[in-house]
Design a protein around this ligand. Structure first.
Ligand SMILES: CC(=O)N[C@H]1[C@@H](OP(=O)(O)OP(=O)(O)OC[C@H]2O[C@@H](n3ccc(=O)[nH]c3=O)[C@H](O)[C@@H]2O)O[C@H](CO)[C@@H](O)[C@@H]1O
Ligand SMILES: C=C(OP(=O)(O)O)C(=O)O
Length: 427
């Protein structure tokens, strides 16, 4: 069992470069199924979720060459199975992103039904309803969804009830091979969807409007392999920016490798809190805020405030001079981080999907458990300014989405160690 131990009170500074975006890389890997042959993805983050998606593709018969740490050559010409098995879907829900590409290329898919997770129920009903509108039929049996479009898919108008990222992506990846034109109304607008549409268009697809609420896809006969660079991870960037707002020295911390436009609402809220942020050539420089103002936050689909930054911003609210309210609108169960932060001295009350945060003067180091990916990373960041030592366990959550998190923090001056400790359950 590994833990991360953080010794609080050290200033950080210099430059940190973020990896490629997890939420883009996973979908781009799935999309390689649409183009038989070898697609090269560069700037792929070396994180456990990418390893899981690699296993999903290999299980179907794809070959993956790791050309260098961040470059994958994925050859899907040998794929001869259409299944995402339970063991892998249970490990990573984003495995369901192979459904659209499998339907597009083979007209069939067998996907383990994802259960709930520690963020909530996380249904995929909108994926299914949208694909049904394209003519896909569905059966469920023994925990698996069988999707069938062997007689082809027909373009259609799909109006999403909610701008779901995953549903928008699965629909785009199926519709690129449907007959005729598909229009997705109320599509999600996240930058990762634009990255996916860009790669599909490089492959020969005809997708327009990605990044707006109306995406139009004209089906094509075939797609071809390409070389594509994954965009930088805006959430990893946001996590380091919050670390800088808490602990950067007088020269500031520069966070590079991402597009600051992808973090517009986060930067706006940080500035309202009193955090100084300045654009640089390849990212953003941030300075420690001597006094933090409380600012209300509500999570919303892009371009609103991202739910994946909710835990990190909560640290700043917890140390602000006054009371603020954080409202979580995307996931029904994403406040587990708050109880861990309370163990570090924060004063937070949860009322339904609101967190009422009363600022305290300081946090104190404690033993805490990562509740999920972003909550785990946020606990490490909180440890940077807590008095004494913070020990964060269940860090496999952090490994899902942060490449070399401890090394990157150490390189900017933090005192952070990763240690194997004996499992208390074992004698
Ligand atoms: C791998 C990946 O890209 N993950 C991101 C993606 O997740 P994901 O694609 O799962 O997020 P969605 O936008 O689909 O989900 C948002 C909300 O809609 C609900 N829902 C979704 C689909 C559906 O068919 N039915 C339904 O009820 C979900 O339970 C959730 O409460 O977008 C989220 C919202 O920005 C991010 O937090 C995740 O980091
Ligand atoms: C919620 C997240 O990811 P996933 O959808 O893969 O659980 C996340 O990246 O914060």
């Amino acid at each position: 069992m590994d833990i991360i131990r953080v010794h609080g009170g050290r200033s950080i500074g210099g430059k940190v470069h973020v990896s490629g975006a997890k939420n883009s890389a996973l979908k781009l890997m799935a999309a390689t199924l649409l183009a038989p042959g070898a697609t090269t993805l560069t700037n792929v983050p070396n994180i456990s979720d990418v390893h899981v998606m690699g296993k999903v593709l290999k299980g179907m018969g794809a070959t993956i060459e790791v050309a260098d740490e961040h470059t994958l050559v994925i050859d899907t010409s040998t794929v001869d199975s259409w299944e995402a098995p339970y063991g892998l879907v249970a490990k990573m829900r984003a495995s369901t992103a192979v459904m659209g590409p499998l339907l597009g290329r083979f007209g069939r898919a067998k996907i383990a039904m994802p259960g709930g997770c520690n963020l909530g129920a996380r249904k995929i009903d909108m994926h299914i309803l949208g694909l049904e509108a394209l003519g896909v039929s569905f059966d469920t049996d023994h925990g698996y969804i069988y999707a069938n479009a062997e007689h082809g898919m027909t373009g259609s108008l799909v109006s999403l009830e909610f701008a779901s990222v995953g549903a928008t992506e699965n629909l785009i990846m199926a519709a690129v091979r449907a007959n005729g034109t598909t229009t997705i109304d109320n599509a999600a607008r996240e930058p990762e969807i634009v990255d996916l549409a860009n790669m599909l268009n490089e492959m020969g697809a005809k997708v327009t409007g990605a990044g707006t609420p109306v995406v139009t896809i004209e089906g094509v006969e075939e797609l071809h392999p390409v070389t594509h660079q994954v965009i930088g991870d805006r959430i990893e960037a946001g996590t380091f920016i919050v670390a800088g707002a808490l602990a950067a020295d007088d020269h500031g911390l520069e966070v590079t490798g991402f597009n600051p436009h992808h973090l517009g609402m986060v930067i706006k809220k940080l500035e309202l809190m009193g955090v100084r942020c300045e654009r640089t050539e390849d990212g953003l420089r941030v300075w420690r805020a001597p006094h933090l103002r409380p600012v209300d936050i509500q999570t919303l689909p892009f371009p609103g405030f991202p739910t994946d930054m909710q835990a990190q911003i909560m640290i700043l609210n917890a140390l602000a001079d006054g009371v603020s309210v954080i409202t979580e609108n995307i996931f029904e169960n994403r406040f587990m981080f708050a109880s861990e932060l309370q163990r570090m001295g924060a004063n937070i009350r949860i009322e339904s999907h609101h967190a009422i945060v009363h600022g305290v003067p300081a946090l104190s180091g404690a033993q805490v458990v990562s509740p999920d990916l972003r909550g785990g990373a946020a606990l490490v960041v909180a440890g940077l300014v807590a008095e004494g030592t913070t020990e964060v366990s269940a860090i496999h959550h952090i490994d899902r989405g942060y490449e070399r998190f401890c090394e990157k923090l150490t390189a900017i001056g933090a005192r952070v160690e990763r240690d194997a400790i004996p499992d208390p359950e074992e004698d």
